[in-house]
Write a new protein. Structure first.
Length: 127
């Protein structure tokens, strides 16, 4: 589900607020969490802010032919942030077997999802 049905000012405020909250959360817990986890959170927050900037530019009808490049940066940034977050969670739970098992299941489900999406893209391209 996407929040793009919201009016653009509310959507932008939501994304900026979420991005700033994630940055504050990452900076407060930088000593408690693995560094990979904090880097992933900062990358995720940066992606949120970039998407908010993109929505603002699109909604104000600014004639800029380069706004598609913001999406080309924000989407891979989100994927890389997920990898960093799960790597940090994997490192952070290595001494707790139950949490470690949950993190491994989450990692396997994300990998499975990406593989299925890749298969769908390949099938769509060669059909």
């Amino acid at each position: 589900m996407s929040f793009s049905y919201l009016p653009w000012p509310l959507y932008v405020i939501l994304l900026f607020g979420m991005g700033l909250y994630i940055i504050v959360f990452a900076m407060k817990g930088i000593r408690n969490y693995p560094r990979d986890f904090s880097i992933g959170l900062v990358l995720l927050a940066t992606g949120c802010i970039l998407i908010a900037i993109n929505k603002t530019i699109e909604s104000l009808n600014i004639n800029n032919s380069k706004i598609w490049q913001i999406d080309l940066v924000a989407i891979p940034l989100g994927v890389v942030s997920i990898v960093f977050i799960f790597a940090g969670a994997y490192k952070g739970t290595k001494h707790d077997p139950e949490k470690h098992k949950v993190v491994r299941i989450c990692i396997y489900s994300i990998i499975g999802t990406f593989v299925m999406m890749g298969i769908l893209v390949i099938l769509a391209l060669y059909k």
